[in-house]
Design a protein around this ligand. Structure first.
Ligand code: GA4
Length: 318
């Protein structure tokens, strides 16, 4: 494990500046320690971000009956307060979309400018996610630099895009509400951008929750379950949630979830389980199998434990 010290921003979360030469070392450190980091100097044109945000805001301001015409998500479309198929609820409304523009079928497909805004944004963020994954592979001394990124680049990649809207609360009850309950993301990598309203929290390895100060000009990156498996547990899939405080402004976030093709076999990379007492912590599974299992569980359930190798030594190594 590297001993390089990570610079912190106010809540102690690593900050990766893509214009700096130390980005690679910091990235590896951040994925090992937190499974989460903030990216600045990312090169994504600001108008891609603002255009999509204004389309999203416009859509969410439509009457509920209008929005309901694009739902419920099956698996794509508009959702209101319920998350997934197993009874999870949150203080939000959202749209789930495939990242393949040819498959936009359930949502606002008649609005060409919205479609273009989605296409431009998703393409740019996917490019950034791939670059990050290549830097990760390099930092892990993996010969095949595109070992992770090729899964997102694949035409069959099962990636998802999500627009979330957490409306301001009108109950005046004080206290906080769960906007999106705690969970890890099942995919390889997630890239989140929000407006300047707070709410996102991540769990540190000691179980403490810290809130992430919003920054509308930056991106926040999560390691997903599949990347934790492929790195044999070296990178951590981060538990996160959204908490809505009383009198908070409306929060809008957009998240790209980079996933592999459904038939892809996910398992620890052999080059990361080399060495004398190194063992594979996970069983091999296809992304389809993992997803199927995830959809039988609730948001906060530990999905990865079902795919761990039953081995006491393996548990001790974590
Ligand atoms: C969490 C990450 C993504 O938002 C998501 C979510 C999905 C959904 O909202 O339909 C899931 C959730 C997420 C994990 C467990 C299952 C599936 C809800 C749920 C209870 C789109 C995804 O891929 O997995």
């Amino acid at each position: 494990m590297s001993t390089y010290k990570t610079p912190f921003f106010s809540s102690g979360i690593p900050l990766i500046d893509f214009s700096k030469p130390d980005a690679k070392t910091l990235l590896i450190n951040a994925c090992e320690e937190y499974g989460f980091f903030k990216v600045i100097n990312h090169g994504i044109p600001i108008q891609f971000i603002t255009t999509l945000e204004s389309h999203a805001t416009q859509f969410f301001s439509l009457p509920l009956s209008e929005k309901m015409k694009s739902g419920p998500p099956n698996p794509f479309g508009y959702g209101y307060k319920t998350i997934g198929p197993n009874g999870d609820v949150g203080w939000l409304e959202y749209v789930l979309l495939t990242t393949n523009p040819d498959q936009f079928t359930t949502f606002q497909e008649n609005i060409e400018t919205f479609r273009f805004a989605l296409r431009d944004y998703v393409e740019a963020v996917k490019g950034m996610a791939c670059l990050i994954l290549e830097v990760m592979a390099d930092g892990l001394l993996i010969q095949e630099k595109d070992v992770f990124s090729k899964l997102l680049m694949d035409e069959q990649s099962d990636s998802i895009f999500r627009l979330n809207h957490y409306p301001p609360r009108q109950d005046g009850n004080g206290g906080s509400l769960i906007g999106f309950g705690e969970h890890t993301d099942p995919q390889i990598i997630s890239v989140l951008r929000s407006n300047n309203t707070s709410g996102l929290e991540i769990s540190l390895r000691d179980g403490h929750w810290v809130s992430i100060p919003p920054d509308q000009s930056s991106f926040f990156v999560n390691v997903g379950d599949s990347l934790q498996v492929m790195t044999n547990g070296r990178f951590k899939s981060v538990k996160h949630r959204v908490v809505i405080e009383d009198k908070m402004e409306s929060r809008v976030s957009m998240i790209y979830f980079g996933g592999p093709p459904l038939s892809e076999k996910i398992a620890p990379l052999p080059c990361l389980i080399k060495g004398e007492d190194m063992i594979s912590l996970y069983k091999e599974f296809t992304w389809f199998e993992y997803k199927k299992s995830a959809y039988t569980l609730t948001l906060g359930d530990d999905r990865l434990c079902l795919f761990e190798n039953n081995n006491n030594i393996a548990a001790a190594a974590l």
